[in-house]
Ligand binder design. Structure first.
Ligand code: LHQ
Length: 263
């Protein structure tokens, strides 16, 4: 598939998707969703990638839904937003969460509305110091979607989640890092270097093990301690059967660096 609203690149075992509608701060259109779906599926189904990076072209990361196709005339039928969410946004969030490798959001600029929550759906968020996060939904009469009401209270607690969602204020990358909303804020000029060095690190690690970490941490929010202990045991059984576990132990015992293959 040739893409016009995103760019897709693979460098070794690192895949990068760049949202690419910079004039509109990379806001989502149906077409962009279709291209993203295709690119994420090719990362999932291909055999090469062991880490995915998601970023934005130009000065923004993503300004959420493109509102220009949401303008309703007086007396016109409202668009069914649940349909938009269940067709496009929800499958995207689920696909990123289920991807069996680390997904890094490199937030290069403003991340607003569904754009902010797309970043929060990723496993690790690195943001440029000048970037910001805005739960813009309340300003147009909506509630946070794209997982916002799930991720926000889990990441920063109810009080901050409520404030962010109800006020729609701009949260700086540094404040977001201090609050634990994201992994870290870095100097603007260092964003892609730091992100790519992290991505290359992940791509050389035991990918199956990282995917199982992701699965366990995601499940922990909804599990009792007992259920989580059982899940850890089951996932550890799977991890213990990987070649990378065998290699990790052998390398440690042999006092040499490990050579992980992701299997
Ligand atoms: C945009 C947008 C945009 C179109 C900037 N659309 N053009 C899901 C399901 C279904 C429906 C509804 O929604 C959802 C989820 C959502 O995401 S709802 C929330 C949608 N997003 C927003 O409400 C954010 C709207 N954008 C803004 O508030 C500002 O643009 C921010 C604060 C992000 C950035 O402000 P500035 O840095 O001052 O940039 P700007 O406003 O001048 O934007 C630059 C250009 O991008 C401008 O176009 P123009 O042709 O005038 O240069 C904007 O119109 C365009 N743009 N966001 N969402």
């Amino acid at each position: 598939m040739t893409y016009s609203t995103i760019r897709f690149a693979e460098d070794g075992a690192v895949a990068t998707i760049t949202l690419n509608r910079p004039d509109k701060l990379n806001s989502f259109t149906a077409h962009m969703h279709e291209e993203l779906r295709d690119a994420v599926a090719s990362v999932r189904d291909g055999r090469r990638a062991r880490c995915l990076v998601l970023t934005g072209a130009g000065r923004g990361f993503c300004a959420g839904q493109d509102l220009s196709d949401r303008v309703m005339g007086e007396g016109s039928q409202p668009i069914d937003l649940a349909h938009t969410l269940s067709t496009y946004y929800n499958p995207l969030v689920m696909a990123l969460r289920a991807l069996e490798m680390p997904v890094i959001a490199a937030v290069n600029g403003v991340a607003a509305g569904a754009g902010a929550n797309l970043a929060l759906a990723c496993d690790i968020v690195v943001a440029a110091r000048s970037a910001s996060f805005i739960q813009a939904f309340c300003k147009i009469g909506l509630l946070p979607d794209c997982g916002g009401t799930y991720f926000l209270p889990r990441l920063v607690g109810t009080a901050r989640a409520m404030g962010l969602a109800m006020l729609g204020d701009k949260l700086s990358a540094e404040q977001a890092a201090e609050w634990g909303l994201i992994w870290k804020a870095v100097d603007d000029a260092r964003l892609m270097d730091e992100t790519m060095s992290l991505a290359r690190h992940f791509a050389g690690q035991p990918t199956r093990g990282l995917a199982l970490i992701k699965k366990a941490i995601q499940a922990s929010h909804d599990n009792s301690l007992e259920a989580q202990l059982s899940l850890e045991a089951e996932l550890q059984r799977q991890a213990g059967r990987t070649r990378d576990y065998r290699e990790g132990v052998a390398a440690f015992m042999g006092k040499r660096p490990p050579r992980f293959t992701g299997c």
